[in-house]
Design a protein around this ligand. Structure first.
Ligand code: NZQ
Ligand code: ZN
Length: 402
């Protein structure tokens, strides 16, 4: 196991009806900006519940900013950041999924990057984003009410921002972006369309895979946790598809998705975020849902890199998919595990090739170009996945193998 520090200060408040805890969790004299997405928080009544809870104690002043898009847009977020300054906001309360949470984290970080006239500087915010917001040293406090289990944003300090004008979808991370708390009410996930539920399961699955499927460093805790999370996602992903009304299933999916990307399973182990980085380009160029880009790319990443990932692929086959047939050679076992993975994604209604989303080989060149523009030229646990490797991965992804 490699050396590591693990720090995670996020208070998780889990369970039905827990939104009322906002009365205690948000400082009573705060000037609060509630941020939300395209309307689901209003339609489902969650926004009203949040406002009622905030009004139940203290003398907070509450403002609202709605309209944060799925794949949150840089330009929209700058408007929210201006609102923070205009109203002296000292607490951001994000109500929504990964997009609203990520967007709100970005707002928290960039609202102090102003021009002389007091407006948030587009150039400074862009410069900050292109250096992962690493150097920002102050931020507005932030809390979250999560309405979709998927990204882990509720318990990590990262995010991903889309800037359509520049065809860029870029990640950032800064410890100041850890939420002070996140409320996870599994009942809130019952209103999700099936597509979003399945996207969430797949996103969490791939998060685990990208921290697990590299090479062994004898990290038994991380490996066993990861394998358990994968098995739970396979079981509960299949269960929620068959019986979406089962609250117990929803609870397990919600906590698994949080655990998949709160830093725990990634401590002290090599990681490989190649699938996510190629996936971000697919979203930015073709507006494909985040999780769907991952289910397209992951099987091809595993096939292309099966030699350097061999030991872990065999462990994955054995411990996650119970492939124990000793008559098969290693290559056949690995291919079987990758096929099982594809079949699982398919069962959830997710694409596993570019053809599944009506793209063909012509899509590859522009993706490679954008990877180059964004400096994604040394990906993977060995920093060896250059553009030629990414091209081969995408070539494998054109049509499915299963
Ligand atoms: O915008 P509204 O109207 O709220 O609708 C949303 C949105 O259309 C809807 N929705 C959310 N909760 C709902 C609901 N509809 C009905 N009932 C509810 N309870 O769902 C749609 C998708 O929401 P979004 O927030 O975009 O989904 P998700 O949580 O999957 O977030 C995806 C974003 O997170 C980033 C992705 O790149 C993408 O931009 N990621 C963030 C990460 C992180 N912070 O660590 C890691 C991930 O790898 C990921 O990259
Ligand atoms: Zn993801």
């Amino acid at each position: 196991m490699n050396n590591f520090q693990y720090y995670n200060p996020v208070r998780i408040v889990f369970g039905e009806g827990q939104i009322e805890q906002l009365a205690e969790l948000v400082p009573t004299d705060a000037r609060v900006l509630i941020t939300y997405g395209g309307g689901s928080a209003q339609r489902t009544g969650t926004l009203d519940e949040v406002k009622t809870a905030l009004a139940a104690s203290g003398n907070r002043e509450v403002f609202e900013f709605g309209g944060i898009e799925a794949n949150p847009e840089f330009t929209t977020l700058l408007k929210a950041a201006d609102m923070v300054n205009e109203h002296d906001i000292d607490f951001l309360l994000a109500v929504g999924g990964g997009s609203v949470l990520d967007g709100s984290k970005f707002v928290a970080l960039v609202s102090s990057l102003t021009e002389e006239d007091g407006t948030v500087s587009r150039d400074k915010a862009w410069d900050a984003l292109t250096s992962y917001c690493r150097d920002i040293d102050s931020a507005v406090d932030l809390g979250a009410v999560l309405t979709i289990p998927a990204t882990g944003s509720e318990m990590n300090s990262g995010g991903v921002i889309n800037y359509s004008e520049r065809q860029a979808k870029l990640p950032f991370g800064n410890p100041l972006a850890f939420p002070k708390f996140s409320i996870l009410d599994p009942l809130k996930t019952m209103t999700l369309p099936e597509r979003q539920v399945m996207n969430g399961v797949a996103d969490a699955f791939v998060h685990v895979m990208e921290q697990y499927l590299t090479y062994p460093v004898n990290a038994k805790v991380q490996d066993a946790f990861s394998e358990s999370l994968l098995k739970i996602l396979i079981e509960e992903g299949t269960a929620v598809k068959a019986d979406p009304e089962n609250l117990e299933t929803r609870k397990n999916i919600m906590w698994t998705a949080t655990m998949a990307l709160n830093g725990l399973i990634g401590t002290g182990v090599p990681q490989d975020w190649t699938t996510h980085m190629i996936g971000h380009e697919l979203t930015s160029l073709h507006a494909i849902d985040h999780a769907r880009t991952l289910t397209i790319v992951l099987p091809s990443v595993l096939r292309e890199l099966k030699d350097s990932k061999k030991d872990k692929l065999l462990q994955y086959a054995r411990n996650v998919w119970n492939i124990t047939d000793t008559d098969q050679n290693d290559d056949a076992i690995i291919e079987e595990a990758i096929k099982q993975t594809e079949n699982f994604f398919r069962k959830l209604g997710l694409p596993v090739s570019l053809a599944d989303v009506e793209l063909d080989a012509a899509a590859i060149d522009p993706i490679i170009k954008q990877l180059e523009v964004h400096g994604m030229v040394k990906l993977g646990e060995h920093s060896k996945n250059d553009l030629a490797v990414s091209r081969r991965i995408l070539e494998r992804a054109v049509t499915s193998h299963a």
